[in-house]
Design a protein around this ligand. Structure first.
Ligand code: SF4
Length: 63
């Protein structure tokens, strides 16, 4: 599974990085994906982070 952030939508709230710091990091006030693909054992955490985004800037694909 790969995570994508629509950077134009990110408001820099930090929620995704709080929930799943292994993949999401705040860089210059905005979230970046630092690890791709997501390890299988962490997929639920990645989806929690996606759901936490208040502006739906995070998406994923299963390839
Ligand atoms: S949860 Fe969404 S808005 Fe907040 S930092 Fe992450 S991508 Fe940006």
């Amino acid at each position: 599974m790969k995570m994508t952030i629509e950077e134009d939508l990110c408001i820099g709230c930090g929620s995704c990085a709080d929930i799943y710091p292994k993949v999401f990091k705040m860089v210059d006030g905005y979230a970046k994906v630092m690890l791709s693909p997501v390890p299988a054992e962490d997929q639920e955490a990645a989806l929690d982070a996606e759901r936490s985004c208040p502006v739906s800037a995070i998406s994923h694909n299963d390839t």
